[in-house]
Write a protein that binds this ligand. Sequence first.
Ligand code: CAA
Length: 240
Amino acid sequence: MARVAIVTGGTRGIGEAISLALKAQGRTVVANYAGNDERAKRFSAAHGIPIYKWDVGDHEACQDGCRRVSEEVGDVDIVVNNAGITRDGTLHKMTFDDWNEVMRINLGGCFNMAKACFPGMRERGWGRIVNIGSINGQAGQYGQVNYAAAKSGIHGFTKALAQEGARVGVTVNAIAPGYIDTDMVAAVPEPVLEKIVAKIPVGRLGQAEEIARGVAFLTSDEAGFVTGSTMSINGGQHMY
Ligand code: CAA
């Protein structure tokens, strides 16, 4: 039977590409989303991938949502923690709410989803968790103390959980995307983005599919010896 994968934030941007790549690999994919109903319905209709709406920053909602997926689709073998938001601003302008929301969703979401799905993977002796970090969690970024802290936290979370999963067949890895051509990056003011792109050795933004291919590898049956790692896919912008 095909393994079941949940992709959080799986109906748009990088998440959409990941959902499609895992489906192409023969997984039974479920896409979680939190906000944009219209986009999610269009995505589901176009690709035949079921959608489940909940906020990954909400612990109880993750418990309920993952339980529903297990009952309606099957035991969850693969979790891709991709859902994330930005609330950019320099520290002196950033509000506590900007800080808290980014930590709650980007980092808290990884804990909440792992808490809901890791115990079952442990019991069944097979699992794959991939957490989407960021170049900005590795290198920092002006105007992103919240996002950089949350993404940096994801890299620590990954290495710690990888140690817990190693003996029970569960691998836990991270991907650190650079600047990818998505709505999130399109929201960066044009002159700022131009300067960023000028610093990417490959000379362009990345494509969502280039991240998805990394996730497909890390969640494959053949990648059982890869755990606790961070795959940087950033066009050479940060060689870590
Ligand atoms: N280093 C040093 N100084 C910088 C700087 C930098 N990287 N960027 C801007 N500054 C300076 C500016 O030159 C300016 O100085 P002057 O007033 O002397 O000219 C000052 O800081 C204020 O800059 P802004 O006008 O940009 O300030 P703002 O308050 O209007 O905007 C900001 C601040 C919202 C953070 C804006 O700079 C911005 O959006 N930056 C981009 C942040 C970014 O890269 N976000 C990534 C989003 S995508 C993502 O996160 C996905 C991923 O994982 C990669």
